[in-house]
Design a protein around this ligand. Structure first.
Ligand code: GDP
Length: 315
């Protein structure tokens, strides 16, 4: 079994490559829920939906989130009725949030809902929320603490990020199956996701980091930072906000003690020796995922790196 720690778009693209290389049923994706938020009374789980829609082949390929060819009539009507509509939710996408909320109100857990939805959409990968308990990622800014979605989507990351916190994480329990999957994993992969607000959140759930460190499986991370910049998204200001350099060095120091090997892009090959000296093994390959062939190649290179890795993480 391969266990993948996942955020949204970067992770979903990586998983599209991985399912070309190993049977989807042998993959478990543990997904960040710190970005979850209630909109129009509905529970929205952006990263879970991005991963599930992508693996179901229905994601909007241009955006990387939402459903392909979706319409926005409901949102227009909500705006007419005075609702705040800065978080874009398509009509078909809204069905997911309506049904999720309905099932949660009926007493289902988020893991049960997530599993039911991925089955309904014929996704073979087992998709699990990191926790069934609420965790909210918040960003400190000069105007105060903002929920991650307010910081990124409503205010378009225009505020200086000064810090990050995961509200509720100390009390959150790993979702059923998460720690068990990490213990039973043959390989653990940290997808190319935001190291602070996607992977950092998952690692902050009590028990997760320890289960990874104690696992006998090799742990490999794919850097979301290439040549000193993220491919997309707010990783740069958020890495700086927690004191990390925006580079593969920053990614390596964020994951030090947790991973054995970091997969970095050719563009960063000159930093490989630095990283090795600092105590993490390195594999260099092309890590930009444009089409299906590149996604597949990155998945293969990542599994190869895991196979040949020496153990670098600490107990
Ligand atoms: P989000 O929650 O939708 O922002 O998604 P993630 O946290 O999963 O991913 C965001 C990170 O994925 C960003 O830091 C990107 O740099 C990274 N990313 C996206 N596409 C690629 C890619 O093709 N290659 C690599 N190496 N990283 C990528």
């Amino acid at each position: 079994m391969i266990v993948v720690l996942a955020g949204g778009v970067g992770a979903a693209r990586f998983l599209e490559g991985l399912v070309q290389v190993v049977p989807p049923e042998t993959i478990v994706a543990i997904v960040n829920t710190g970005d979850d938020m209630v909109f129009h009374g509905l529970h929205v789980s952006p990263d879970i939906d991005i991963v599930t829609y992508t693996l179901a082949g229905i994601v909007d390929p241009a955006q990387g989130w939402g459903i392909r060819d979706d319409t926005t009539h409901t949102l227009s009507m909500l705006a007419t009725l005075g609702a705040e509509t800065w978080f874009k939710l398509g009509d078909r996408d809204l069905a997911t949030h309506i049904r999720r909320t309905e099932l949660l109100r009926a007493g289902w857990t988020l893991s049960q809902v997530t599993d039911a939805f991925r089955r309904a959409l014929n996704v073979g990968v087992r998709v699990m929320p990191m926790s069934d308990d609420p965790v909210a990622t918040e960003i400190a800014t000069p105007v105060g603490w903002l929920h991650f979605q307010q910081y990124l989507v409503q205010r378009r990351a225009r505020d200086e990020a000064l810090g990050v916190r995961f509200v509720g994480v100390e009390r959150a329990r790993a979702a059923p199956g998460v720690l068990e999957a990490l213990r039973a994993a043959e390989t653990i992969v940290i997808a190319p996701s935001n190291p602070v607000v996607s992977i950092g959140t998952i690692l902050a759930v009590p028990g997760v980091r320890d289960a990874i460190v104690a696992s006998s499986a090799p742990v490999v991370a794919v850097s979301p930072i290439i040549a000193g910049a993220p491919v997309k998204g707010p990783a740069a200001p958020l890495m700086r906000a927690v004191g990390l350099e925006v580079s593969v060095r920053g990614v390596a120091s964020c994951y030090r003690g947790v991973i054995d090997v970091l997969v970095i892009d050719q563009a960063d090959a000159d930093l490989a020796n630095d990283l090795r000296v600092s105590g993490v093994d390195v594999a260099v390959t092309d890590t930009v995922m444009r089409g299906p062939a590149e996604k597949r190649r990155l998945a293969e290179a990542t599994l190869d790196a895991a196979r040949t890795a020496r153990r670098c993480r600490s107990y």
